[in-house]
Design a protein. Structure first.
Lengths: 345, 291
């Protein structure tokens, strides 16, 4: 017997994991382990393709966190790709740190930069936030173009990594890319399972209702913005461990964000699986269309742009959304479900 | 005296920025639509003029007789066939669709016209100027651009305040649902607004093409300047957009006078400062809704 007034144990509990999600974890770990052995037996061209794939996947996951979960449409995430690239140069060449430590340092620096940037960007909402973030990225580009120590308009080469043997550097970049690719999926999963993610989901459904229930809307969005920016900076740094040559126009190019948007929207906005599907389609279309019509090198962008417009108008949940509307599966355990507690006698 | 000159030249460039920004301001005001392809549509107009000039052998200013109606038709059809379907009250669809359009237009221009810089040649007016003294000269072309910008703004103001179409536009802007209840065809009105928006950006694009050389990838930069003019001036205010364009022009001109490297940066910094100090813009209409 419970005493009157004592809290009664509820007859239900919150459950997230499903049989599918447990299978995903097992298969994901197996896939990661298998892919990690690739430098021992794979072609270097395969590794280069996968480096690009996983770096783009990580950036797209970050953009999905912003737009899909936080309703923050940014066209300025290239700012953080560029900051990651130049951060790599500053912390390896200028500060003389090893690559991994340099990446940790630039991530920490990006936290501060993103927090300051948000002071300006968060003055704007909706479409104006989108263009405002773009202006901020342009400001970063112009500033870097005028700093002599950062190579000004011509750019810099990361000298400390040039000296590394090519095969070693490729393997290192590959493992780093594998890390940011899988890491980004894990990060978004953890964020969405946390209290922060619950707040985000509430904001997505109704900002007014969320703030009425005690969610700090502005703070939640700002934290998401900082997380997504740091993620982009790390992925950008990894890309430039492979490229080595950093130029301001390329590192701060809006093309980075174009790719992120295409991948997320085509795959499925607001779902962790979306960017994975989108990144596969993006990589496939770029590789095939580049080969078929060399006279029209931007054909894949036109094709992806058209595909994106069709998807936004006809299937706003993306290809993954189309798939799951027919076969309702969720590979990642995010959704909270109430399950009645089994009675014990 | 060089500083006075910088300010005067900045004011004149402001006219061009206002021309390029008016359509962005209008489509936001009427449809709450931030058109990310706005700058690229302006460049499309410049290339359209280039094609007409080379085929018909007329000057770029005369080509406006064809370019403006063509762009207006494109605007109407674009709104009716595509953009209307994105206006479901959510933030993302219109942004994503216009962003996709921007990428398609840029890639299309690059394929058809190559990446080479082009220019529109308007003849003697390009270099003719009104000499005030030996250090200050006002170019006739810049003066004409500013005059055209002011004329268009006056015409738009009259259209909005005096005509039945203007009433319908304002009604659709204030409350789309209520406008439909009183019998206004919103879909058509939005189409008309986009037609006017693209008509103005077409004029802006052609004047830009006469003033400087241009390439297929210039759209985003134009969008950013137009956007800055709108925000500096304040959302929902047409005259604010003109003043915003002028403030942006003067900031860039003064920045460029300090060092050519700081021209664009100075404009961005003034924009960010206004964002921080007065986020609603300098001349925002009271009660103008945010994006």
């Amino acid at each position: 017997m419970t005493a009157p007034g004592a809290p009664v144990a509820p007859h239900f509990r919150v459950q997230r994991a499903t049989r599918t999600s447990r299978t995903t974890v097992v298969l994901g770990v197996a896939l990661l382990a298998g892919l990690a052995t690739l430098p021992a037996w794979g072609e270097s061209s395969t590794m280069r393709l996968l480096i690009q794939f996983f770096a783009l996947l990580a950036m797209a996951q970050m953009w999905n966190l912003l737009a899909g979960y936080g309703a923050l449409v940014s066209i300025g995430q290239q700012a953080f790709v560029g900051i990651g690239a130049y951060g790599l140069f500053v912390f390896t060449d200028l500060a003389g740190l090893p690559v991994l430590v340099a990446i940790a340092c630039l991530a920490a620096a990006t936290v501060v930069i993103a927090a300051v940037t948000s002071l300006f960007a968060f003055r704007l909402r909706g479409g104006y936030f989108a263009v405002g973030t773009w202006v901020i990225a342009e400001v970063f580009r112009i500033i870097v173009t005028n700093v002599h120590e950062l190579g000004a308009g011509t750019g810099v080469t990361v000298q400390s990594l040039v000296r590394m043997p090519a095969a070693d550097r490729l393997a290192l970049t590959y493992w780093l890319a594998l890390g940011v690719g899988f890491g980004s999926i894990l990060l978004v999963t953890l964020v969405m399972r946390s209290r922060l993610g619950l707040g985000l989901a509430a904001i997505r459904d109704s900002e007014v209702a969320a703030s009425g229930l005690g969610v700090n809307v502005q703070l939640t969005k700002r934290i998401v913005y900082v997380i997504a920016s740091v993620g982009c900076a790390i992925a950008g740094a990894v890309v430039y461990v492979q490229l080595l040559r950093i130029q301001p126009t390329a590192a701060f190019s809006v093309d980075w964000t174009v790719k992120m948007i295409f991948i997320v929207v085509i795959g499925g906005l607001g779902r962790i699986e979306g960017p994975i599907v989108g990144a596969i389609i993006f990589t496939f279309m770029r590789e095939t269309l580049a080969d078929c019509c060399p006279a029209f090198p931007s054909a894949y962008l036109v094709a992806l742009g058209l595909l994106m417009i069709v998807i936004v108008v006809l299937a706003p949940r993306g290809l993954w959304g189309l798939l799951t509307s027919r076969w309702p599966i969720s590979l990642v355990a995010i959704r909270r479900r109430l399950v009645s507690r089994e009675r014990r006698s | 005296m060089v500083w006075v000159n910088a300010v005067i030249q900045g004011i004149l460039v402001g006219g061009l920025y206002a021309l390029l920004a008016t359509g962005l301001s209008l489509s936001f005001g009427v449809m709450r639509l931030v058109n990310l392809a706005h700058g690229d549509l302006g460049m499309l107009a410049a290339y359209l003029s280039l094609a007409i000039v080379s085929v018909a052998g007329i000057g770029p200013l005369e080509s406006l007789v064809v370019v403006v109606p063509v762009m207006m038709v494109i605007g109407y059809l674009l709104q009716r066939s595509l953009l209307n379907f994105t206006l479901r009250g959510e933030v993302l669809p219109p942004l994503l669709v216009t962003f996709g359009l921007a990428v398609i237009i840029q890639s299309g221009l690059l394929t058809v016209f190559s990446a080479d810089s082009q220019g529109l040649n308007a003849g003697a007016i390009e270099t003719a100027s009104l000499g005030i003294n030996d250090q200050i000269a006002i170019g006739w072309l810049s003066l004409l651009t500013l005059a055209v910008a002011v004329t268009i703004l006056v015409a738009l103001q009259l259209l909005l305040s005096r005509t039945g179409l203007g009433r319908a536009l304002r009604a659709a802007s204030d409350d789309g649902e209520a406008a439909r209840i009183v019998g206004i065809n919103n879909r058509h009105i939005y189409g008309v607004a986009m037609a006017i928006a693209l008509g103005t950006v077409a004029i802006g694009g052609v004047f830009l093409g006469i003033r400087t050389t241009f390439g297929p990838a210039d759209g985003p930069a134009r969008l950013i300047f137009a956007f800055e003019s709108v925000i500096i001036g304040g959302l929902g205010s047409l005259w604010g957009t003109l003043l915003g364009g002028i403030i942006l022009g003067v900031s860039q001109s003064i920045g460029g006078q300090i060092s050519p490297a700081y021209q664009v940066l100075a404009g961005h910094l003034v924009f960010l400062a206004i964002l921080l100090l007065r986020p609603t813009g300098l001349f925002s209409r009271p009660g103008a809704r945010e994006a």
